[in-house]
Design a protein around this ligand. Structure first.
Ligand code: ASP
Ligand code: MG
Length: 420
């Protein structure tokens, strides 16, 4: 069996749904298929906005309505029969979301409530996909991934209970797959007391990898709006190249450094079972794409990865003693507590610097916690973190030219710098 993951762009319009169905029908012919679907277009962002308004006690009806109409317009284009059951299913889901928004009660945790509401995007999109495939003559069934991917309650970044999930997926899904296509949601899981969790933004790739792992899939496919895994984001670089084949290891590292094409947690479960991952274009489904697998190459094209919206924080000790392991311990504890992830770090005699994704709320909490201790803290925001893997001097010069660099670091294979 194969797992297909369709991201937001592949379900952003009625046209896109038709194209998806075509890919399933042609490329998927002859295979058992499980489809993992993301929320349509920018729906997750839209739901985040609605949720933030609701959480702040502000009116959100207009924004919510926009999100509903976006879905309904597309559904009307796809299902001309006004009595089609998809309409009732969606109505039901919409009222579920409204109910969640109305029952937001402070001081329940922001992250927990976020998961209960923002998760609806995938419930909408997967419902439409399943009904549409059926309408196009395929046999498809919808399953609720919250019943199969069980997680703990680390809201917005839930940790998967692999043993539990694998047991239930293996128990229930093979028999279903033998009969029909399974359609399910990316991004979301569930706790053992039936609350919804999310796996982190852009987490649908990871969901697909969980299903692929638990079902011992023969391959997983990610259908995207690019030709495969590229060595740089075409938004920033005009001369990108596609890797025809690349190793799990390289890909994990690229994702770790912030290449946005694949969610960082996706590769490990696939690598553990040597399941190849194909990244293919939904605009050109017969194109070669990229095969990510257990392979090795001596020389590969340098990869350029840019992380935007970075914050460089420097800690120094007030009494001019050195940065000791004990001081570092205090800093790391605070970072871990606040779930601030380090993208790059460097230390010197009396200071220690980290580059992280900028998040004002967490930053303020960090300042508050550590300034009370022995630290003086300085920070800059609005920075970019560049990573160049498999660099050579020529490409370093080209990339660094004209930039104001605040910090740089080099290993044998990887060059990183933070710039304004
Ligand atoms: N819809 C979610 C997001 O936009 C998950 C995903 O697309 O992978 O973050
Ligand atoms: Mg998305």
């Amino acid at each position: 069996m194969k797992v297909y993951k369709f991201g937001g762009a592949s379900v952003k319009s009625a046209e896109a749904f038709k194209n998806l169905a075509h890919i399933v029908q042609t490329q998927g012919a002859g295979s058992q298929l499980l489809l993992v679907v993301s929320a349509m277009g920018k729906t997750t962002n839209a739901l985040e906005l609605v949720f933030n308004l609701a959480y702040a006690g502000k009116p959100y009806t207009q924004e919510l309505q926009q999100c509903f109409s976006y879905h309904t317009e597309i559904v009307k284009e796809l299902f001309t029969n006004a009595g089609h059951p998809v309409y009732e299913r969606l109505e039901h889901l919409f009222s579920g979301l409204e109910h969640e928004l109305q029952s937001i009660k402070l001081p329940d945790s922001y992250d927990k409530l976020y998961d209960q509401t923002v998760s609806y995007g995938e419930l909408f999109s997967s419902t439409i996909v399943q009904h549409f495939l059926e309408q196009q003559g395929m046999k498809a069934t919808w399953i609720d991934s919250r019943k199969y991917i069980q997680t703990d309650n680390t809201w917005r970044e839930a940790k998967v209970d692999w043993a539990w999930s694998e047991r239930v997926i293996k128990r229930d899904l093979p028999a279903l797959l033998a009969q029909q296509i399974i359609v399910t949601q990316g991004f979301i899981g569930g706790t053992n007391n039936r609350l919804t969790t999310t796996l982190g933004r852009e987490g649908s790739d990871f969901s697909a990898a969980i299903f692929a792992y638990c079902l011992d899939a023969e391959a997983m496919y990610i259908w995207k709006d690019v030709e495969g895994l590229l060595n740089a984001d075409p938004k920033y670089f005009s001369d990108t190249v596609r890797y025809p084949e690349i190793s799990y290891q390289e890909t994990i590292e690229m994702a770790y450094y912030g290449a946005s094409v694949i969610h960082p947690k996706t590769i490990k479960p696939l690598a553990n079972k040597k399941i190849p991952l194909y990244v293919k274009s939904f605009l050109n489904p017969t194109g070669a794409g990229t095969r990510i697998c257990d392979c090795r190459f001596e020389k590969i094209a340098p990869a350029f990865i840019i992380k935007e919206n970075q914050c460089l924080i420097s800690f120094s000790v007030k009494d001019f003693t050195f940065i000791t392991e004990q001081n570092l311990g205090t800093i790391f504890n605070a970072l871990s507590e606040l779930r601030i992830k380090i993208n790059l770090m460097q230390n010197s005699a009396i200071s220690f610097s980290i580059c992280t994704d900028y998040n004002e709320e967490r930053l303020q909490k960090l300042l508050k916690t550590l300034q009370q201790d022995q630290f003086t803290i300085q920070y800059n925001t609005g920075l970019q973190l560049f990573t160049i893997k498999n660099y050579d001097n020529e490409c370093l010069q080209r990339t660094m030219q004209g930039k104001e660099i605040l910090l740089e670091q080099r290993t044998r294979t990887t060059f990183q710098f933070v710039s304004k």
